[in-house]
Design a protein around this ligand. Sequence first.
Ligand SMILES: [Zn+2]
Length: 89
Amino acid sequence: MQEFSVSVSLLCPICGSDQFKCDEEAEGSIICADCGYESFRDELVSDNSEQIDAEELCGEVKEQLEEKMLKSLQQLFKGSTSIKVKRGH
Ligand SMILES: [Zn+2]
């Protein structure tokens, strides 16, 4: 049985470790490198759904802030033909 370690952006629900081992023979199964908690990737994703939601929320807030800044900048340069404010990527 060959094992290799991977670092994923998921946390073990038991010990909070972010180090997991993949078991090549049991496809889709990952094992916590610290406490040995065995889980399927899909289960672990749902266990971490709160954390993932929080990350999405942060991105949304940032987006809205940028939108606000862009609008106030556009307001500032309203009527100006030489300066155009464009949304950066
Ligand atoms: Zn663990």
